[in-house]
Write a protein that binds this ligand. Structure first.
Ligand code: MN
Length: 735
């Protein structure tokens, strides 16, 4: 059985190795505290619980994290599994450590389920925590790594569910954080539980071929060593067989047996300087035959997780292809421990260069907005596993995109405004189609135009990155076409009137096609929308068709007759500045400055004719009419909304009934409902809905919806209802 002393010593050694001046008394205090708190608790294998936090702290130390993180690791299960509180840890070890433990506890409490949506929520929380303090996630990964290592003591069901979680969440996280070594271990161990047979097959094969594999690796290794020493390059060469899970994935993906697998072997040459990396590359290509198309320079264009190396695949005389990775010691440290290797936490301050490494976190967080749950999980999985492509802006900035990305992806990676205004693209200075697949090193330039119509729905099928897809979808969501049409139409008609043209003439069946052609739009709504979002000004639009309008007005109409016709009988304020201009009522309401648009009555206040009303230009549903005293109309002066409130009037002589709602406060008694119904019937109004519910204290409330023709009728009914015994109040409905 594992003992406390072994683990403690091992942890201590690991800490002192990279932090000789570590505050060991403080660390010991945390060890003793955790030990006391977990006293009596046992791990599944029967060993004392404290061994787990010690082991996690050791992994955190291997990552090279700071003292606070080590303390956090030692205490990470205290809030969850013991009586310890956040405040107590804060008092004993400081607020930072308490926050770390709290953060880990939150991640621990996150319940994973096979439901994708559930996972999404959890992952999101996780990323939130992560973007707040990356150490929380690093401790959590260390925690998971130790639990994975000791999984043999769990029940089979738990082994599987935990392994799935590890595969779905922790291994991709470790990958994204650049922690290759931990990622591999997490994957291999999880595979052992998820597909024991598949795992065993690979292990059996590797064991059976161990001798020849070792001989092969040795021969390659010595070949490279000899060459490097002959040219005076100081380098360390390691050969290895790729990790089990990567072999497993290759077999599944390419549907191949182990024998057919292309590259099983990887060699690593670690040198002192970057120039040496390129020198070694030259020698490798000289010693062996290059496999075309496999060279990758992650030194000049590092992966987003900060990984740097040169990769090349070559074939030796034995005919066995193998990969060679060339890097410096510093790059090696980053490759093994990723973000943790770069971890230089500044006490109390925000890390300086660290922000950049969190860019992907931010990108993920950004792209998850406005996306539904399933999409998000999908996007996360893709972003985590897909290979990437690096392309350049014309100014030489490197943009990193998922493999298979197109100029559309590129445009949206620059800025959603660039994507939305995109009219064309150049790849390596040549005009390219929107669906051109980008390759590493391409120089991509996006051509934009102010008059661009915005993304097309086809782009959703073309683009590869979730970022682009999300932004395009957002655009369609936000597009506000209907709103733009309403706005655009209003300013177009205003401009028409300013020029003494009757706006209605554009509806003439002969004139309209002429105008549209002149304006290069397919229909009036398209033009209104363009004016609405600012792609075209109303002044310009009217200017462009002025000649046609003049010709039409002269040719077709006698101006005096026309003026008379324009005096709309429905207008309600003949003395107003708009008197005499052509206006239509819709549903009995006239919207100032807008000739015709969709009208609906707000459900919150159910206005009826006679009520003072105001209109609100909604996103996509025309104008919504509220009572002027509706709480939802109170914010009319809010500058962000002010432009959307428009004056509206009731048209005269409107026979159409209006549905309204009254809420009755009553003292509960049997037969009350019948009394209410009787009043409504004798008033000859059509009841649409009548519901009641009891309130505590012998009160009840009724909601009655019915049609009236105006506010006078409504008032009459309201007073009749109030006359009913036990009805103590009747309010206009305001939900
Ligand atoms: Mn734990």
């Amino acid at each position: 059985m594992e003992t406390f002393a072994d683990h403690y010593e091992s942890m201590r050694r690991t800490i002192l190795k990279y932090m000789p001046g570590a505050d060991m008394p403080l660390i010991d205090k945390a060890v003793r505290y955790a030990q006391a708190q977990h006293e009596g608790q046992k791990r599944k294998d029967g060993s004392p619980y404290i061994i787990h936090p010690l082991a996690v702290a050791e992994i955190v130390a291997e990552m090279g994290l700071d003292t606070d993180a080590i303390l956090g690791a030692l205490l990470h299960d205290c809030i969850e599994d013991t009586s310890t509180t956040h405040d107590e840890i804060a008092k004993l070890f400081g607020p930072v450590v308490a926050e770390l433990v709290e953060g880990v506890t939150k991640l621990t409490r996150v319940e994973y389920s096979t439901l994708e949506e559930q996972q999404m929520e959890n992952l999101r929380k996780m990323f939130m925590a992560m973007s707040k303090d990356i150490r929380v996630v690093l401790i959590k990964i260390a925690d998971r790594l130790h639990n994975t290592r000791t999984m043999q003591f769990q029940t089979p069901a738990k082994q599987i569910s935990k392994s799935m979680e590890t595969m779905d969440i922790y291994a991709p996280l470790a990958h994204r954080l650049g922690m290759q070594k931990i990622k591999w271990e997490l994957e291999d161990t999880s595979l052992k539980y998820l597909d024991p047979q598949g795992y065993q097959e690979i292990m059996d094969y590797l064991n059976a071929h161990e001798t020849e594999a070792n001989a092969f690796m040795k021969s390659i290794q010595s070949k490279i060593t000899t060459r490097l020493s002959s040219v005076g390059i100081h380098g360390s060469i390691y050969g290895r067989i790729k990790h089990v899970y990567s072999i497993y994935r290759k077999m599944k993906d390419q549907n191949k047996t182990m024998d057919e697998l292309y590259d099983l072997y990887a060699f690593r040459v670690i040198v002192d300087t970057i120039p040496d990396c390129y020198n070694v590359l030259g020698h490798i290509h000289d010693l062996f035959n290059l496999v075309p198309g496999r060279f990758k320079d992650y030194i000049s264009t590092p992966k987003p997780n900060m990984y740097q190396s040169l990769h090349t695949t070559v074939i030796g005389t034995q005919g066995i292809p193998f990969e060679v990775q060339i890097r410096t010691w510093e790059m090696h440290q980053t490759a093994e421990y990723g973000i943790a290797a770069h971890w230089k936490y500044k006490q109390g301050g925000v890390g300086s260069g660290d922000e950049k490494s969190f860019e992907w976190v931010r990108r993920l967080l950004e792209s998850q907005q406005d996306t539904d749950a399933e999409d998000y999980v999908h996007s996360l999985k893709i972003d985590m596993f897909d290979d990437e492509v690096f392309v350049f802006t014309p100014r030489g900035n490197v943009i990193n995109l998922p493999a298979g990305s197109t100029p559309i992806d590129f445009a949206y990676a620059i800025h959603s405004g660039v994507g939305n205004a995109m009219v064309g693209a150049k790849v390596n200075n040549r005009i390219a189609n929107f669906d051109t697949v980008l390759h590493n090193g391409d120089i991509v330039e996006i051509l934009t135009a102010k008059t661009a119509k915005g993304p097309s729905r086809d782009w959703l099928a073309i683009c590869k990155s979730n970022q682009a897809r999300t932004k395009i979808k957002q655009w369609f969501k936000r597009e506000k076409r209907d709103e733009n049409i309403v706005h655009g139409k209003a300013s177009f008609e205003g401009e028409m009137r300013r020029n003494n043209f009757n706006p209605a003439i554009v509806n003439d069946s002969e004139l309209q096609p002429v105008l549209l052609k002149k304006l290069s739009f397919d229909c009036l709504d398209d033009m209104y929308a363009a004016i609405g979002y600012g792609g075209l000004t109303a002044v310009k639009a009217v200017g462009r068709i002025r000649d046609e309008l003049v010709k039409y007005t002269r040719g077709v109409q006698n101006p005096t007759a026309r003026g008379k016709e324009n005096a709309n009988p429905l207008r309600t304020n003949p003395d107003g500045p708009d008197a005499g201009k052509n206006r239509h009522s819709v549903n009995g309401v006239i919207v100032e400055d807008i000739d015709s648009c969709m009208i609906k009555f707000a459900k919150c206040c159910t206005p009826v004719p006679g009520d003072p009303i105001v209109g609100f230009i909604t996103k996509g549903f025309g104008v919504s009419v509220h009572r002027a005293d509706c709480p939802n109309a109170k914010n009319r002066s809010d500058p962000r909304q002010a432009a959307r409130w428009v004056p509206v009037h009731w048209a005269q002589e409107e026979d159409q009934p209006f549905t309204t709602t009254l809420e009755l406060d009553c003292i509960t008694r049997s037969g009350l409902l019948l009394d209410v119904a009787t009043v409504m019937t004798t008033a000859r109004v059509r009841v649409k809905e009548l519901t009641g519910r009891d309130l505590p204290g012998g009160h009840s409330t009724f909601t009655v919806s019915f049609d009236v023709k105006d506010v006078a009728e409504l008032n009459a009914i309201q007073s009749k209802l109030l006359n009913i015994r036990d009805v103590i109040g009747a309010r206009r409905g305001q939900s």
